[in-house]
Design a protein around this ligand. Structure first.
Ligand SMILES: *Cc1c(COP(=O)(O)O)cnc(C)c1O
Length: 410
């Protein structure tokens, strides 16, 4: 038997049925009409945003990283809850605008922005977080051709990384941002070319569960922003401090305590260098805001034995929930939190089972030797922590199965 990650604290059962946003999982499937189904509970997202605002300094802006979950109804709600969106493609920019987010509060990071994507950002007045000198040159030339003033920030590849982060995105050679030792030169050039200078974007990593590491990284980030701003001699209107707040997925993971992070950040901003005195500060979070709100519900199609091992075969799989199969940014496969939704809270059977998806590949494993209550055909399996990097981050065309349904509970 292998352990599973912790079920987020927002979920309970009633007469053996998993409740999501107060509704029974089976009735949610009935209403949606089919499985597999992603259910996102807006109540949980609202609670996360509120907890974050309560913990962080009040002047701090909260941005949502759209790539975590771009489901349109969810984006529409997020647009009213947070202070800005961070997008990573022209497609996400379009979705952000459709969701009603003011383009003045949208910033666009990501390597390999094509000319048409830069033009969309320039025409709509979104901020481009420049990833390279070449991108800066193209953005300025394109804006000039169109008679527009581009809003430009420089994304810095920091000379440090976020310790314990699941996905390192700073420190060392990286395709993201401009190395810290060239960032001030680029900013000076951009300002000299007449762009609307927006400041710095410094993102050091993702999925960290250690408050100390996040506090250290924020201190290093503010320090770097101050050094760069001193070198440029211009106050940055905005300093985007990145994010990196993680959520528990695996056995032993614990929920991040954000209060000490907020306290440390408040103190850090209070004593910030003169070169940043008039700057606005933002953090950008994806999974921490929405990850725990999502449950992936998939129906058991078959229960079979092979050489003494029991396999529970479901109608979903890695084509919707790649991360739960261990094939999205993890090195060692470990179990996500799983449950039998229609036997929620029931005692586990003596024998561990392996939950596999319906794809004809050995990597489609959603739960490896997990302890579940007795499972039969027709039961509903719930996979938790499915609100971020699920439907939109999985290879849904692989093997020709239909896409998952999605529903947002208000
Ligand atoms: C992916 C990404 C995020 C969001 O990361 P989470 O782990 O979902 O919070 C934020 N900023 C940038 C630049 C990103 O690439």
């Amino acid at each position: 038997m292998k352990p599973m990650g912790p079920v987020p604290p927002f979920f309970s059962g009633e007469e053996g049925m998993l409740l999501i946003g107060g509704c029974g999982a089976a009735s949610l499937v009935d209403e949606a009409g089919d499985t597999p189904l992603f259910v996102y509970d807006m109540g949980i997202i609202q609670a996360q945003v509120k907890a974050l605002r309560d913990a962080m300094p009040s002047a701090l802006s909260i941005h949502y990283a759209v790539k975590a979950n771009p489901y349109a109804p969810l984006l529409e709600r997020m647009a009213k809850l947070v202070d800005g969106f961070d997008v990573a493609s022209g497609g996400e920019l379009a979705r952000a605008l459709e969701a009603g987010m003011d383009p003045a509060h949208v910033s666009f990071a990501g390597p390999g922005k094509r000319d048409d994507e830069l033009i969309a950002a320039i025409d709509n007045g979104a901020t481009i977080n420049l990833e390279s000198e070449g991108e800066a040159r193209r953005a300025i030339a394109l804006a000039e051709q169109r008679g527009k003033t581009p809003k430009l920030a420089v994304r810095v590849n920091p000379d440090f990384d976020l310790k314990g982060s699941g996905m390192r995105m700073g420190g060392g050679a990286k395709p993201f941002g401009v190395d810290a030792d060239r960032a001030a030169d680029l900013a000076r050039w951009v300002i000299g070319a007449g762009a609307d200078w927006r400041g710095w974007h410094i993102f050091a990593g993702s999925q960290a569960l250690g408050a100390e590491a996040l506090i250290e990284t924020q201190a290093a980030t503010v320090g770097l922003a101050a050094r760069l701003s001193d070198a440029v001699g211009v106050m940055p209107p905005l300093v985007n401090l990145g994010g990196g707040f993680g959520i528990p997925y695996f056995p032993g993971d614990e929920r991040l305590d954000i209060r000490p992070i907020g306290d440390a950040l408040a103190a850090l901003l209070d004593r910030r260098q003169d070169s940043l005195k008039g700057s606005e500060f933002a953090i950008e979070l994806g999974r921490w805001l929405v990850g725990e709100s999502g449950v992936y519900l998939t129906r058991v199609v078959d229960v079979k034995k092979s050489q003494g091992e029991t396999f529970v075969v479901v109608d979903g799989g890695l084509h919707h929930q790649l991360a739960a199969s261990g094939n999205f940014g993890t090195v060692v496969r470990r179990n996500y939190p799983l449950a039998v939704a229609n036997r929620f809270g029931a005692a586990a059977a003596g024998e561990a089972v392996t939950v596999v998806g319906c794809l004809c590949t050995p990597i489609d494993r959603l739960g490896d030797k997990v302890a579940l209550p007795p499972v039969s055909e027709g039961d509903l399996i719930a996979i938790f922590a499915a609100g971020a990097y699920g439907a939109s981050a999985s290879p849904s065309a692989f093997l020709g199965h239909p896409p998952a349904l999605e529903v947002l509970l208000d």
